[in-house]
Design a protein around this ligand. Structure first.
Ligand code: CO
Length: 635
């Protein structure tokens, strides 16, 4: 039996033996369950303790590599799990000795949300090498490879694998048009080769790539050079498995998959059906499917700990919006959350309609962290405020940075008028730069080290603070016992989770009476008092449709929204990053008083009136909800 398609997949022998030997050209598999898998399905909440029981078994399968770090893991671990992200690498390395580790690195953004100075990048990448990362998948949200320069140098100097990444993006339902067409991708692949990468990844973070497009793209790339090609796609739109199969037929070298319990929906295709489908072909993985099933069984046991993070609002496992709007699923759910919290969910259609225009104005950038948030939040702002206040009336700080060139070069030029408006009064200057962004950033690591010398014990601590000054410091206080970690960041046992679930079920069925309590918990957390045999339990139920904010306790400070006084009110939920002024200061109307982080974007909140700053109601690091009075100014 022989298959078409340039003879690249063909039956070699009918050998379906579990212990069969490897094929002539086996497809290599990277498992991403321990990073992108739980990031996609369970808001990155996977704990190291739940990875250890399967770690040694995973090492025996024969994976090309395991993606275990990077992306959101670094942020979520120290913020929500009270875990040291560096320690996870070292711990996993003790159990996984044969299979290389890979990480996702956002170029000059590292594992944060802005471009860091070169000294931070050098130190961070060096420590990632030292702590056990073998393969670095480096990407840039704008596909501006100048942002790889510093990280790439350190990776190659350490003899590690530099995988250059092209973010896959579309402006139309299929590859083509005048932006993201075959030429665009072939040119990007050539550019990557020019900077000395060891392999090239097509990173389809949104699950947009369709089977014939990936087939044509990989054939063309293979004709252009013999650089190994790695496909990363998501199942989100439902095309994931089809794309992987056509990619294998086209001669792709490596693909990303998950173990079945962490697969599908917004995650990745599962490995098990691929192993069986390729049995007896020249691209047979050689994997033992029984061993995979054993790992899957173990993984299933910890799933109840994470189910409440899973989006279970729809019965369909695919997101057709991705096909309709060519936008990442995660970005859409962020937009929905943001609108809901601003009581403006009825504006969702307007947002869909406005998004392509904002994206075009901002240079048709690929939509991936952080550009997906930048474009998404600006779109929401335009929809909510522009009707009354004129075009681009509320421009976010990140859009200003993007216009200035601080993220790099956009795919197409940014609209001149929008750029002018964004850069009017911009502190770095009103003329955009054309240089590599890192070139204009002053070294910052020495200042960070100085600022944290009483708290940090080593360079890994210092790097954490360099990337996450507020939540990083809070974590180090937990880590070194200066403060007790709140209950909601501590690990729960499966027994505790089951007990809670039972109680919730009983409340829902009406078997138990419960009253919602009104502590100042984050909005997405509903707290119930439950009485079982006279004993009182507090049960917290999170609404998976709303983003979770760290549950720092706070006082009730609800206000009437039409407040025109000197109350500075949080317009959106978020976390306080800094107060720019102190109590007693004279402030002017319109000057920035508070910086609020919402959906990973920084928002400058301005004084509503001129006067004296009389009261500050929160501390840096506090989570606030829409309507909270952050400070009071008296005229
Ligand atoms: Co991904």
């Amino acid at each position: 039996m022989q298959f078409d398609n340039h003879g690249i997949v063909k039956m070699t022998k009918m050998n379906y033996d579990i212990n069969r030997s490897a094929a002539a050209n086996p497809i290599k598999i990277q498992d991403v369950s321990l990073r992108d898998g739980h990031q996609s399905l369970f808001a990155t909440r996977g704990r190291t303790e739940d990875m250890l029981p399967i770690a040694e078994m995973m090492d025996e399968i024969g994976f090309y590599s395991l993606e275990v770090w990077g992306g959101a893991t670094f942020d979520v671990m120290h913020r929500f799990l009270n875990e040291d992200p560096w320690e996870r690498l070292r711990t996993l390395k003790k159990y996984i000795k044969k299979t290389p580790f890979s990480m996702l690195l956002r170029g000059q953004n590292l594992v944060g949300y802005r471009n860091y100075a070169d000294d931070v990048v050098e130190n961070f990448v060096q420590r990632a090498c030292d702590n056990g990362v073998d393969i670095f998948r480096v990407f840039d949200a704008l596909n501006d490879f100048r942002n790889f320069e510093i990280a790439g140098k350190v990776i190659l100097k350490n003899g590690k694998h530099l995988q250059g990444t092209i973010c896959y993006s579309l402006t139309e339902p299929r590859m083509g048009g005048d932006v993201y067409n075959l030429d665009y991708y072939l040119k990007k692949a050539k550019d990557l080769e020019g900077i000395g990468v060891n392999s090239i990844c097509i990173k389809d973070m949104a699950g947009l790539i369709s089977p014939y497009d990936v087939y044509n793209l990989i054939r063309a790339m293979k004709e252009q050079s013999n650089m190994p090609i790695h496909l990363h796609t998501h199942f989100t739109s439902g095309m994931g498995d089809l794309a992987i199969f056509k990619a294998i037929e086209a001669g792709v070298d490596i693909v990303d998959t998950c173990m079945a319990p962490y697969a599908y929906r917004t995650s990745h295709p599962a490995i098990e059906p691929i192993v069986i489908s390729l049995l007896g072909t020249n691209r047979d993985t050689g994997f033992n499917v029984n061993k995979l099933a054993e790992i899957g069984k173990k993984m299933e046991k910890t799933i109840p700990k994470y189910m409440h993070y899973a989006n279970q609002t729809k019965f369909a496992v695919i997101d057709t919006n991705v096909i309709l709007h060519q936008t990442p699923g995660g970005m859409l759910s962020n937009l929905v959350n943001q609108l809901r919290q601003m009581d403006a969910l009825d504006k969702l259609d307007d947002v869909f309609e406005t998004l392509p225009k904002v994206r075009k104005d901002l240079g048709q950038v690929p939509l991936v962290t952080p550009t997906s948030q930048i474009v998404g939040i600006q779109t929401v702002n335009n929809v909510l405020f522009d009707k009354e206040e004129g075009e681009y009336s509320k421009i976010t700080e990140q859009v200003k940075d993007l216009c200035f060139g601080l993220y790099g070069k956009t795919t197409k030029p940014i609209d001149v008028e929008v750029s002018k408006k964004a850069l009017s009064g911009y502190p770095r200057g009103e003329t955009p730069i054309t240089d590599r962004p890192g070139n204009i950033l002053e070294p910052e690591f020495d200042d960070v080290k100085e600022s944290v010398k009483d708290l940090a014990k080593d360079i890994d601590d210092e790097l954490l603070i360099a990337l996450y000054p507020v939540t990083g410091k809070r974590f180090l206080k937990w880590k070194y016992g200066h403060e007790e970690a709140p209950k909601d960041v501590q690990a729960k046992t499966i027994e505790e989770v089951n007990k809670e679930q039972e109680l919730v079920q009983k409340i829902l069925s009406g078997e138990l009476s419960a009253k919602a309590s009104s502590t100042g918990k984050p909005k997405n957390l509903k707290e119930f008092e439950v009485y079982v045999d006279g004993e009182k339990f507090m049960v917290e139920v999170t609404d998976p449709n709303m983003p979770t904010y760290s549950g720092i306790s706070k006082k009730e400070k609800k206000v009437n929204e039409l407040d025109n006084s000197g109350n500075l009110i949080a317009p959106i939920p978020g976390m306080i990053m800094e107060f720019d002024r102190s109590i007693g200061d004279e402030v002017k109307a319109g000057e920035t008083i508070v910086v609020l982080e919402a959906m990973k974007m920084l928002n400058n909140l301005e004084a509503p009136i001129s006067g004296m700053l009389e009261k500050i109601n929160y501390r840096v690091g506090d989570a606030v909800i829409k309507g909270d009075i952050l400070c009071v100014i008296i005229p």
